[in-house]
Design a protein around this ligand. Structure first.
Ligand SMILES: Nc1nc2c(ncn2[C@@H]2O[C@H](COP(=O)(O)OP(=O)(O)OP(=O)(O)O)[C@@H](O)[C@H]2O)c(=O)[nH]1
Length: 234
């Protein structure tokens, strides 16, 4: 299932609103009635994808996480404006050797993508274009809401990626940028807000019917992909 969405649409962030939102773990709500959205979390190994998703779904910092093999699933159901929304979060493996057989599954019927980098690792930030490329190769382009998250902000003395650099990059793709820490308890609400921002975004869009893409739409996707990656094939 794809979602109706126009490239360049604004995201309304929900920072500062989370106090007034009803949030709970999935068993508090009638999940059978919930609309389900699949969100994938991607980025280099060790950037904190597992810890971020665990912070949102489990509410705490996961100590000693192991490298993700293939994919881990976590879910959380939210009640937004009286509607039950289930976020099904796919925490993907950053290590190539643990991804290979699963990649097709990651991207199938995805509703939103979270690109994660580590603010203390320039190389993880520099990998983001490759992750965007991978999305494009699997037909996940500007029509799917995408956001960028710089994690490990608690490691202030070790920062290698300035906010201004990340913001400039995110703006060039029209991605909302968030910086946070899965570890710092004070950042818990920011982590919630990141996922909530996506949830609101997804909730306000109607699902499109699935259909086989036409040749012209595939061409269009390739054009978009070239534009996004800055590749000129002249
Ligand atoms: N200081 C700090 N450490 C963090 C934070 N988030 C994660 N970590 C640490 O970073 C390491 C990697 O965390 P993971 O969540 O497993 O990273 P991942 O991106 O899921 O890694 P893969 O499963 O290999 O793709 C662990 O040692 C975590 O404790 C954070 O916000 N701050």
């Amino acid at each position: 299932m794809a979602i109706e969405n126009k490239p360049g649409d604004e995201f309304d962030t929900v920072f500062g609103q989370s106090d007034s939102l009803e949030l709970s773990s999935h068993h508090d709500y009638d999940t059978a009635q919930a609309r389900i959205f699949k969100i994938i979390v991607i980025g280099d190994s060790n950037v904190g994808k597992t810890c971020l998703t665990y912070r949102f779904c489990g509410g705490t910092f996961l100590k000693n996480p192991e490298a993700t093999i293939g994919v881990d699933f976590r879910e959380r159901t939210l009640q937004l404006d009286g509607e039950n929304i289930k976020l099904q979060i796919w925490d993907t493996a950053g290590q190539e050797r643990f991804r290979k057989s699963m990649v097709e599954h990651y991207y199938r019927s995805v509703h939103a993508v979270i690109f994660v980098y580590d603010v203390t690792s320039l190389s993880s930030f520099e990998s983001i274009p490759e992750w965007i490329e991978e999305c494009a190769r699997h037909c996940v382009g500007p029509l799917v809401p995408r956001i960028m998250v710089g994690n490990k902000c608690d490691l202030r003395d070790r920062r290698e990626v300035p906010t201004s650099t990340a913001q400039c990059f995110a703006d060039s793709y029209n991605f909302p940028l968030f910086e946070t820490s899965a570890k710092e308890p004070a950042e818990k609400e920011h982590v919630d807000a990141i996922f909530l921002t996506l949830a609101y975004r997804l909730k306000s869009h109607k699902p499109l019917r699935l259909k086989q893409p036409s040749e012209s739409s595939i061409r269009q996707m390739w054009d978009q992909r070239e534009q996004e990656s800055g590749i000129c094939q002249c």
